[in-house]
Design a protein around this ligand. Structure first.
Ligand code: 2HG
Ligand code: ZN
Length: 429
């Protein structure tokens, strides 16, 4: 877990010029800068661990333009993601990324961590929508990177390099985001399974069938039991696990795809298929899904949440290993999340303060399991401080060396979000 830290000062930028002035000053005085969007990140990326100045982009929140004729929009980095999605929807357009903190996180924060969400399954993560970025370099220079049309291969793709760089290379102030046509029809269904293995198996079989679900969300029985203390959360004690499956397309297509998905699972198919009959019910299901992260933690005195991902065929292996990890380390281990992307939010909870001492070891075991299965330590929350110690295990020292070289080229004084993602020097914070 990442402890709170107080910076020496905070700057609330209202314009790109404010960001430039702050960085010019920081370079002149060698002051660390920690950029901040909505502050909803899960890996401590916006914790000012070296003191210095927190640079808030939240006041830079204009929707600059929507250009349907070009298929993109230009936004300030501090615009709330949900506000942008609603504006696109009003223009009959669609922006797919829908992270859990949709109504509080900013598009700049999403760019920093390359955020995902349920619909990333069909439409990709934030990086897949970014055509270009406007950013301010450590010395205060403003640069425009990227393209204005679907194709463009002029030089290294620096715009996309900034996506997922967690504010360590430059401060992103504006973003050019691709927009799509709004899907004509969307249908969601709950599919409970007798066993967790059947549900995990359905994730891999469902994807292999050639169908393209828009979302394929998984809940294991522990997650369900805990979340179902909330009235309205669907659960039956006979359920071993639950999938929330969603398809979109021309009218009639999603219903047919759902039926084919369930039928294709044969004997190990769902116990039932509960289709959300109308848009209000579909939205209601997603409200509950969005609250799952909070609901499962009620009653716990502490927790660590992971966002590991594994190759699709290994999802059943990962879920099978979790109860053993929980038992061995004396914590409650549960999983839910974007299983269609191989991405599970493994939550390690303790209800007695003594559990804290074992939780880090349990987290190590979850990370080791994901890496052992060929997966990743972070599918969508980023590395920040919380996952930093695991990064060398996944990418190796040579890759960390290359990343340090890139950091040095962008930020020679090391003032931009220092110590995040990987250590710049010892002792680290
Ligand atoms: C979600 O999918 C979020 O609900 C949060 O990414 C996950 O808190 C978590 O573990
Ligand atoms: Zn998630």
């Amino acid at each position: 877990m990442v402890a709170p830290v107080r910076p020496a000062a905070a700057v609330r930028a209202r314009s790109v010029a404010d960001v430039q002035a702050t960085l010019r000053w920081a370079t002149a005085h060698g002051v660390p800068i920690t950029p901040r969007g909505g502050g909803t990140g899960k890996a401590g990326g916006c914790v000012p661990c070296e003191g210095g100045v927190v640079l808030s982009l939240a006041g830079l929140d204009r929707l600059r333009s929507i250009r349907p004729e070009h298929g993109f929009a230009e936004v300030d980095a501090g615009l709330i993601t949900g506000t942008f999605r609603d504006a696109a929807d009003e223009a009959r357009l669609y922006y797919p990324p829908d992270p859990g903190a949709l109504d509080a996180c900013t598009l700049g924060g999403n760019v920093a961590t390359n955020a995902g969400g349920p619909a990333a399954l069909k439409y990709g993560v934030t990086r897949d929508q970014v055509l270009g970025v406007e950013a301010v370099l450590a010395d205060g220079t403003r640069i425009d990177l990227g393209r204005r049309q679907p194709k463009g291969v002029a030089g290294y793709d620096l715009a996309r390099l900034l996506v997922g760089s967690e504010g360590t290379l430059a401060v992103v102030t504006g973003i050019r985001l691709a927009l799509r046509a709004r899907p004509a029809s969307i249908v969601a269904a709950l599919m409970p399974f007798a066993t967790v293995q059947d549900a995990a198996q359905a994730v891999t079989l469902g994807r292999r069938s050639g169908l393209e679900p828009r979302a394929l969300e998984f809940f294991d029985a522990t997650a369900l039991r805990r979340a179902a203390r909330e009235p309205g959360f669907p659960f039956d004690p006979s359920w071993g696990a639950l999938l929330l499956v969603e398809f979109d397309g021309e009218p009639g297509v999603p219903e047919a795809s759902l039926a084919r998905f369930a039928e294709g699972l044969g004997d190990r198919g769902p116990l039932e298929v509960r289709v959300a009959g109308d848009e209000a019910r579909r939205r209601g299901l997603w409200q509950l899904r969005r609250r799952t992260s909070h609901l499962v933690k009620v009653g716990a005195v502490g927790w660590i949440t992971e966002d590991v991902a594994v190759p699709l065929g290994s999802v059943p292996d990962l879920v099978e290993r979790l109860p053993g990890i929980g038992e061995q380390h004396g914590v409650i281990a549960l999983a839910y999340g974007h299983a269609g992307d191989g991405n599970l939010h493994v939550n390690l909870l303790w209800e007695d303060p003594s559990g804290a001492q074992f939780a880090e070891r349990a987290a190590d075991a979850v990370i080791a399991a994901a890496l052992d299965l060929g997966g990743t330590i972070s599918a969508e929350h980023g590395i920040g401080l919380a996952k930093r110690r695991f990064l060398p295990q996944e990418v190796g020292d040579r890759a960390i060396g290359l990343m340090r070289g890139i950091k040095q080229a962008f930020d020679p004084l090391g003032i931009l979000n220092p110590q995040k993602v990987f250590r710049l020097q010892e002792p680290p914070c």
